[in-house]
Design a protein around this ligand. Structure first.
Ligand code: 5GP
Ligand code: MN
Length: 335
């Protein structure tokens, strides 16, 4: 994977470009993809954003979200774009399998593949150019840097800023996590100077849910949470019947894991959701406990030191039993 500086000249003449990201894209995945999309459109490229799956309703207001192709809904169209793309941007993931059923098409694509991502252990052989920096708050911040270091940084506008602010906000827990550096705040100051209105973004993301989601969370906190003080750990298991009863959709469970870390002294929060196709884990930690390693070792996953995900094809009972079985190995570091 070559450094991104060598890539910029390829943007001088109009190209067919696709931008893709991880399955079930979150705020950072959608925000970075759409921020880059609007920038490349201004550079007069022919650009299409392809998501491997659908996304949460609370991201639908993002400028350009209506033009994003959901691969699962429009497979043939998406494949044609991937096959004819001269450049493929891969954002907010660094191992191809995170694009789910899109993986084989991205892998086989002949266009130039460019990575922009902040997760641990990138599959660098899969990309010709790229930036991988685990110290960055978000892929949105990296797209901002990419634009600022490009040949036309003056093209940054409030539409691009809106997209990039969104993902930086969601990936930093609203500018709270340790990766929220002075550079992040300087970027936001730049967005404000351009005229960005940030309050509507917070409202759109955090205050636009339906009543059923709040009742679902109430039930989860009351009946589905187990606090293991011995390990400073809290674990939550969401049953399939909960998903059905509360009519839970993509995105409704996002952020639920963070409640676990609001309990004093809890350093490790884990939530498993019994989805149809798999048991999906979300892990969060505070301090030294590395959930990226934990997810990789036990649940076919990965991510960052303090935020990672994983999966299991076992039953909910078995995957939970596995969690309880391995937890004592970490007693010292969780103390
Ligand atoms: P979440 O719990 O919000 O789904 O994911 C937390 C973080 O871990 C995100 O940065 C996400 O991209 C990453 N992540 C989630 N699941 C996986 C996985 O299965 N593999 C890897 N490598 N990263 C994951
Ligand atoms: Mn991210």
């Amino acid at each position: 994977m070559k450094a991104i500086e060598a890539f910029y000249p390829l943007l001088r003449a109009p190209k067919k470009i696709i931008i893709t990201t991880h399955q079930k894209p979150d705020g950072d995945a959608m925000g970075s993809s759409l921020g880059l999309y609007h920038f490349l459109i201004k550079l007069r490229h022919d650009v299409t954003v392809i998501s491997p799956t659908n996304w949460a309703d609370f991201l639908d207001w993002l400028p350009g979200a209506d033009k994003v192709i959901d691969f699962e809904a429009k497979k043939d169209t998406a494949i044609a774009f991937i096959q004819s793309a001269e450049i493929l941007f891969c954002l907010d993931f660094n191992v191809l399998h995170r694009t789910k059923h899109l993986e084989k098409y991205i892998d086989a694509a002949t266009g130039v593949k460019v990575l922009i991502d902040h997760h641990e252990q990138p599959q660098i052989a899969a990309f010709q150019f790229g930036i991988s920096n685990t110290g960055k708050s978000s892929t949105c911040e990296m797209v901002y840097d990419f634009i600022m270091q490009s040949e036309q940084p003056e093209l940054l506008d409030t539409t691009i800023a809106t997209c990039l602010y969104t993902g930086t906000m969601t990936d930093t827990g609203s500018f709270r996590f340790p990766a929220t550096t002075a550079s992040v705040h300087r970027m936001v100051a730049h967005f404000k100077d351009l005229g960005l209105e940030h309050t509507p973004i917070h409202d759109n993301i955090y205050d636009s849910f339906l009543e059923n989601r709040l009742r679902f969370i109430g039930n989860a906190l009351l009946n589905r949470m187990d606090v293991l003080y011995e390990y400073n750990t809290a674990v939550m298991a969401i049953l399939r019947e909960d998903i059905i009863h509360y009519d839970i959709k993509t995105g409704d469970t996002e952020g639920l894991v963070n409640y676990l870390l609001t309990i004093k002294n809890i350093k490790f929060g884990a939530i498993v959701i019994d989805r149809n196709e798999e048991r999906k884990w979300s892990f969060r930690s505070k301090g030294d406990f590395d959930v990226n390693i934990f997810a990789r070792q036990h649940f076919e996953g990965g991510g960052h030191k303090n935020a990672a995900g994983g999966r299991s094809s076992d039953t909910l009972e078995k995957t939970l039993a596995h969690f309880y079985q391995v937890l004592p190995e970490y007693k010292e570091v969780l103390r």
